[in-house]
Design a protein around this ligand. Sequence first.
Ligand code: ADP
Ligand code: ZN
Length: 216
Amino acid sequence: MINLLIMGKPGAGKGTQAKKILDHFNLTHISTGEIYREEIKKGSYIGQEAKKYLDQGNLVPDKMTNDIVRGVLSTTEFENGFMLDGYPRTISQAEALDEMLNKRQIQLTAVINVDVDDDIISDRMSGRRVCSNCGETYHLEYQQPKVDGVCDVCGHQLIQRPDDLKESVLNRLKIYKNKTQPLLDYYEQKDLLRVIDGENSSDRVFEDILKKLGEL
Ligand code: ADP
Ligand code: ZN
């Protein structure tokens, strides 16, 4: 079993790498951001609560997020392992996760941090577009769809995520620094952290990830 955690600032390319890793190792994906966006689309109670935070780029309260992950971890069978994406994002979430994993006697294999400088982040974020239907991501410059404004995968319209607007991005970066960055030390101390240079091409970044995981 390979149980990974993937971390990175908003716009670090975490989502792209997550997909490659998932396919490669056939892991179960647990993305709290995706779970929240699904709930918002459904208009569920969780979705309505979460939307207040997501649109501004704020974190959903820890208790709600921990409860969701606890639910997923306790009801899912992982054949090959899992990849947690976007969770934990605070020390208290990390502690909650440790407790959940201990209870099930599950070990983390590694924590991957896709590392990118701030100035590159804002450039990447302003051009990012996502499919309003399937969530596939594109970039106006670096990863254009075949037809302008239209998703290659499902043909629906591409939009800018509300939390990709400039104000929200700056807020998300600030929150990342204050709340999430301390997790790097937390996992370094457990000797789990693998830092990857995220400023290269996405294929190169993926190669580096495999190398650091001892695959190549
Ligand atoms: P990013 O593109 O920044 O990696 P995600 O898709 O992981 O974003 O998450 C989008 C939003 O969902 C976050 O800005 C936050 O509002 C909410 N969210 C996702 N994961 C968590 C979490 N672990 N704790 C609190 N809020 C979360
Ligand atoms: Zn689509």
